[in-house]
Design a binder for this molecule. Structure first.
Ligand code: CP
Length: 308
């Protein structure tokens, strides 16, 4: 039987193309399950999962929680802001205390890059990275590629554009790794100040003219400007950013083809994308969120099968 090459999901960087194919095939099965009238399977009745969130989240937190419930796992939810972390408890002490309650898997969101990698070295549980600072957000990249595959039939050979704050985006980095593994062509577009100097070494091309970049792509993944990770100004004003890098209906109508529009959320409407694009038939934004549950069920199921 096929299994993942890894015991933790710490980043797309550590996955193989076969791992991604296996996750997608497993997600296909779970997508069928969550569209039945009874959306639940008893598969993980003997597994306990802790969702440990040190950063705010809507989609990822709820999506993991729902995925775990659909698989019949027992779950506990930990939010750092309401915990003894506020009294000075360390990450390892916090997690080891939670694990002593017989927990098998930890889903971790943390503001520090590498937090999941660090934890995997020091605690006895399967670790799933639910976003570590500006480093990786592997399940987001998996659900993004899965949504492209669902919409366009395949990811291989497709031209995928990632627009916005590439510098601070874990979604961009994980997407680049995932799309490369699957044979997509990748371009990034944004203000020079928000494009890392090393970006081309990852095998992606750069375009600072959004109109030209849109002409090239089959898919445009619009990213939010991550103001919470900025301590200096990277562009003059939000208005100028929107004029140069915001996606609006007029721009889309000028193209001589229809492109697929994506966004990982949360959206800043009127900044990186207008409402008439986000809510249009070209947008698969809510489809991405739906697919997130199936992808996370697949990841949890495949990792759990390695600890049984
Ligand atoms: N896409 C994403 O990670 O959203 P949340 O921050 O709401 O989880």
């Amino acid at each position: 039987m096929s299994e993942l090459s890894v015991n933790h999901l710490l980043g797309i960087k550590y996955l193989t193309k076969k791992d991604i194919q296996l996750i997608f095939e497993t997600a296909d099965h779970f997508k069928e399950v969550i569209n039945r009238s009874i959306k639940k399977v008893p598969t993980l009745r003997d597994i306990t999962i802790a969702n440990i969130f040190f950063e705010n989240s809507t989609r990822t937190k709820l999506s993991f929680e729902l995925a775990e419930k659909r698989l019949s796992a027992d779950i506990i939810n930990f939010s750092a802001s309401q915990s003894s972390v506020k009294k000075g408890e360390t990450l390892i002490d916090t997690v080891n205390n939670i694990l002593s309650m017989k927990v098998d898997m930890v889903v971790l969101r943390h503001p520090n890059p590498g937090a999941g990698i660090f934890l995997a070295k020091h605690v006895k549980a399967a670790i799933v990275n639910a976003g570590d600072g500006a480093h990786e957000h592997p399940t987001q990249a998996l659900l993004d590629s899965y949504s492209i595959r669902e919409k366009l039939g395949t990811v291989a050979g497709k031209n995928v554009l990632i627009v916005g704050d590439i510098l601070h985006s874990r979604v961009a980095l994980s997407n680049i790794f995932a799309l490369k593994l699957q044979g997509a062509n990748i371009k990034v577009c944004g203000p020079r100040t928000l494009l890392p100097k090393y970006i081309e070494s990852l095998g992606v091309s750069v375009e600072t003219d959004l109109r030209k970049a849109l002409e090239w792509c089959d898919v445009a993944n619009m990213l939010r400007v991550q103001s919470e990770r900025m301590d200096i100004s990277y562009f003059p004003t939000t208005r100028e950013y929107t004029q140069q890098f915001g996606l609006n209906k007029a721009l889309l109508q000028e193209l001589d083809k229809e492109i697929v529009v994506m966004h990982p959320g949360p959206i800043n409407r009127g900044v990186e994308i207008t409402s008439d694009v986000a809510d249009s038939g070209q947008s698969i934004i809510l489809g991405q969120v739906e697919n997130g549950v199936a992808i996370r069920m697949a990841v949890i199921y495949l990792l759990a099968s390695k600890i049984k």
